[in-house]
Design a protein around this ligand. Structure first.
Ligand SMILES: *Cc1c(COP(=O)(O)O)cnc(C)c1O
Length: 375
């Protein structure tokens, strides 16, 4: 494969990905497994993760919008793909054409889709979204049955699923999560519609086994993280963010570094330059308190992160141009966890993972000796 060499990249460990999938399979038994790959596969690469998921026997992919679904189809992914977000009228023909499952939360949209199906004489696969408390998209529980029956009656609407989404499932025994689940189960009992009923995100998979139903949709957990700093033992992160030292110099004591000279050396120091910046998604907010690993040692980021580069104060430490720098992940005995960056920037793991943009190539590692670069 022809690839343009780039000194900053994300490595995705697909062997660990498969172990994560297998570990979650153990929890869910024979239920269908939908993997959310929205936002560029939580930063791991949409197509790379989509293909790996299909190969790992994942049953369904979840995307946020039409363009993600089309990109997966164009890459040859054939398993069902559900678009979680609301679909817009002008997007409907594309969903039909590309056999993408559409989320419907209103009769208005259902009618538009039915009309578009009639125009081309083709089916559209529908999942009805029910709002049990997230208040994002979804028909109200009281109106859900009517909408479900309406869709069922349409000749070319294929009612594939009915689903809801937790707002607070990261804690066990959470009253809101329990109330949401209760409402959804009552609806299921009432309408008795044979289709895929699904609700569980990562929190649901771990803490609310009664929410597993016909299909689960854990995202963060499959990528090896948990929404708070607690660890889930059976999964591990699959992403490492790396770069190569692009420049090295020695500066005097008291030298200001980077824009605004917000950092000054305390002694004669060796300084390395790393070719990644906020223009790649490595946020300026990581400047203060951030660190990197070089030759197995941890060094502080020196001064403000620039658009495309930043500096590291090595003190009297050693580094050569071309040395590998780890910004997230392990090197030797040291580790910089995603959580270090989450804490520094007052964020959440989902957000930090999705910062890294298309300028950073993704490299998929199947085993120690084999890798493949995709963007
Ligand atoms: C993102 C998303 C998920 C996955 O959530 P995690 O917290 O990553 O497990 C599941 N369902 C829907 C509808 C989503 O949008």
């Amino acid at each position: 494969m022809h690839v343009i060499p780039h000194p900053t990249w994300i490595e995705v460990d697909l062997a660990q990905f498969q172990r994560n999938v297998a570990a979650i399979r153990k929890r869910i038994g024979k239920r269908l497994f939908c993997l959310p790959v929205k936002a560029n596969g939580y930063g791991h690469g949409l197509v790379g993760i989509g293909r790996a998921a299909e190969a790992a026997g994942i049953d369904y992919l979840g995307v946020s919008c039409l363009q993600e679904g089309i990109e997966l189809r164009r890459a040859g992914v054939q398993i069902p793909i559900l678009i979680f977000g609301g679909i817009h009228e002008e997007q409907i023909p594309f969903c039909i054409e590309e056999a993408l499952d559409v989320t419907v939360s209103s009769r208005f949209k259902a009618e538009l889709i039915a009309k578009a199906c009639e125009a081309v004489g083709r089916f559209c696969r529908i999942h009805v979204k029910v709002d049990t408390g997230m208040r994002r998209v979804g028909v109200r529980v009281e109106s859900a049955e009517e909408l479900i029956r309406f869709i069922k009656e349409q000749r070319l609407l294929d009612l594939v699923g009915i689903y809801s989404h937790f707002a607070t499932a990261e804690e066990p025994e959470d009253p809101t999560a329990k109330a949401q689940l209760e409402q959804f189960l009552q609806l299921k009992e009432k309408v008795k519609m044979p289709c895929l009923w699904h609700m569980a995100n990562s929190g649901g998979v771990v803490f609310y086994p009664e929410s597993h139903l016909d299909m689960v949709r854990p995202g963060l957990l499959v990528y090896g993280y948990w929404p708070n700093e607690q660890r889930v033992e059976e999964v591990a992160p699959i992403l490492t963010l790396k770069a190569k030292v692009s420049y090295f110099k020695v500066v005097p004591k008291g030298a200001g570094i980077s824009y605004g000279h917000r950092y000054r050396t305390r002694e004669v120091s060796r300084v390395a330059t790393v070719p990644i910046g906020y223009g790649d998604g490595f946020r300026r907010a990581f400047s203060k308190g951030g660190s990197v690993l070089i030759r197995g040692k941890r060094y502080p980021i020196a001064g403000s992160i620039c658009m495309d580069q930043f500096m590291v104060d090595l003190g009297s430490g050693e580094a050569y141009v071309g040395d590998e720098v780890v910004l997230i992940g392990k090197q030797g005995k040291e580790e910089i966890s995603l959580w270090d960056l989450v804490r520094i920037s007052d964020s959440i793991p989902h957000e930090v993972l999705t910062l890294f943009n298309e300028r950073i190539p993704r490299r998929y590692i199947y085993s120690k000796s084999e890798s493949m670069i995709l963007t």
